[in-house]
Design a protein around this ligand. Structure first.
Ligand SMILES: NC(=O)c1ccc[n+]([C@@H]2O[C@H](COP(=O)([O-])OP(=O)(O)OC[C@H]3O[C@@H](n4cnc5c(N)ncnc54)[C@H](OP(=O)(O)O)[C@@H]3O)[C@@H](O)[C@H]2O)c1
Length: 345
């Protein structure tokens, strides 16, 4: 049976990627598109400045965008994907969930709240159990699930593989992040061409907290965050898509490059439509992965790792993922697929 879904914030950078991921999709049928009051009442073609590298699906182009209000979304829509600015999501998302909608959200609000599942299905699908806690505590009929920030999701699958095999005690990461991560109006060409910006507001804190929650243990009632120390430094560079990250980890057990590569390659994927068969691709060539060459592997859902080297207390490596697909829209759709698989829809 096909699930009718809606996209909140459908005209934005992530909203457009969501439409690309959902139309077509084996289990989901697009049935509602929302945006700000400035877009409401317009056809999607008029409201959205389409910038994704495939045409607007014909049925979507003629759909009328509605305002982001539970009364405007048809009752037979079962699942909502949210790509609203977090300041908007903070007020609006609970209203939809209280009205009974199940929501898979990209926005950063509530990600580290104790009763909100923050999930990467291949890493911590069991954290979805927090939905029962959330329903008990908040009296919600629906459910709210979050995917992590785009730079966090790039490094966490490799960290999960290494933590499971060797134990992580300390993680340091420096990022080279694409401009699409800031949204369409985020960074102007005058700011970023011929430049690098060594600050992305709030990003370092997100990487440091969200990664420890994702790598934590769920005991049926709460998530015990991973104890590893995580420190991040975030930089914007003039690539269009694909976040590249340099990571250093200290491990509890000794580890060689070959052992690390094997643990990364063997880290399992999950059997859901958007999940890649091979979750982590390990490159031998020291100058890979690169954003332009490697961001689209596994339809933008793969995680690429390279440059693995031993250090005094562990390892260093580089990792890369497509920030608006694996880091945003694809991550939300994958969480939607998990919600369906686990019977929440
Ligand atoms: N870009 C990434 O790589 C990335 C990765 C992970 C997470 N995220 C998160 O995803 C969310 C969306 O990011 P984005 O890059 O897609 O932003 P964006 O391009 O600025 O798009 C924002 C969307 O929200 C709508 N919106 C704005 N204000 C609204 C309001 N007051 N009420 C209802 N709708 C409103 C906009 O509609 P109008 O067109 O009508 O203004 C648009 O559809 C953010 O929370 C961001 O942090 C982004």
């Amino acid at each position: 049976m096909t699930v009718r879904v809606g996209v909140l914030g459908a005209t934005g950078a992530v909203g457009q990627r969501l439409i690309q991921q959902i139309d077509p999709h084996p289990d989901f049928e697009l049935a509602a598109l929302t945006a700000s009051s400035a877009s409401a009442g317009k056809s999607y073609r008029e409201a959205a400045k389409w910038r994704v590298d495939s045409p607007i699906p014909a049925d979507v182009a003629d759909t009328t965008v509605v305002s982001t209000d539970p009364d405007e979304v048809p009752d037979d829509v079962d699942l909502l994907f949210s790509s609203l600015p977090s300041s908007v999501g903070e007020d609006v998302e609970p209203a939809f969930v209280e009205a009974g909608y199940v929501m898979s959200s990209n926005s950063s609000n509530f990600r580290t709240d104790e009763d909100i599942p923050l999930t990467i299905p291949e890493v911590n699908a069991d954290h979805l159990g927090l939905i029962e806690v959330q329903r008990d505590e908040r009296g919600w009929d629906g459910a709210l699930v979050k995917n992590p920030n785009c730079s966090t999701i790039t490094m966490v699958p490799p960290l999960a593989a290494l933590d499971e095999a060797f134990g992580l005690t300390d993680v340091r990461v420096s990022t080279l992040q694409a401009v699409s991560g800031a949204g369409y109006s985020g960074v102007t060409s005058m700011e970023i061409i011929d430049n690098a910006i060594p600050h992305i507001g709030g990003e370092e804190k997100k990487m440091e907290t969200e990664s420890r929650k994702l790598l934590g243990e769920f005991d049926g009632a709460e998530v015990h965050w991973n104890d590893a120390e995580v420190a991040a430094s975030c930089n914007r560079i003039p690539t269009l898509d694909g976040h590249l990250e340099n990571v250093w980890v200290d491990t509890a057990a000794d580890v060689t490059v070959d052992e690390a590569a094997e643990a990364l390659r063997e880290y399992p994927s999950i059997d859901l439509p958007s999940s890649p068969e091979q979750l982590i691709e390990v490159f031998e060539d020291p100058d890979r992965p690169q954003p332009r060459l490697d961001r689209n592997q596994s339809n933008g859902m793969g995680i690429a790792v390279g440059g693995i080297q031993e250090t005094a207390d562990g390892l260093q490596f580089n990792c890369l993922a497509h920030n608006t697909i694996r880091g945003a829209a694809g991550a939300s759709v994958l969480n939607g697929e998990l919600l369906l698989e686990e019977g929440y829809l």
